[in-house]
Unconditional design. Sequence first.
Length: 201
Amino acid sequence: MTFDSSNDTVAILYDIENAPFEMLDYTLGIARRFQPCRIIVVTDWDKVPEDQKRWERLRRRPGFTFRPVTRTYLGKNSLDNALYDSALVLYKDGVRRYFIITTDSDFVKIAEALNSGDKSYIIGVGTKQASETLRSAYDEFFCYPPEKPEKKTRKAKTEKSADKQEKTAKGKTAKNAKGEAKGEAKAAPVAKTGKGTKAAK
């Protein structure tokens, strides 16, 4: 199964209680690669009232649909269960491509439910603390924040330093050889020129 069909709907299940807004923004950047497919973002938008302005700006982005969840109760794991219920509704509607944004291993059960019948393609986004069990439940996993590539490796620096030392040594050797040759030329006796001795009578 591929993830790049323009005829598909992609659902993003966002664990707003355990993942910062920046992680959602990062995921939306990845999801844009699959447009013009329809992208639905599902979470409890009222959970973080201090970020309402950010959510409002986010909802105005073209190409995305934002769907709130309905909690059947309040308390621990209430969002997990609400997202689980929403995922089942989307699955019954024929959605087979998902992003799940969380580092919470409880979301493994959602991934399992989305593969209970016809297989879904699931991409996970979480921090480096995400368990191997959670990562293994996905077809792909993106770690947030993404690692930045090193500009220069230690090996490259070592080779460059070795080359520099070798060039310096060669330069010193050539200079010393030149100095020795000059010294030898100076030390050599110089034959005197002039009138020869008188021949013996």
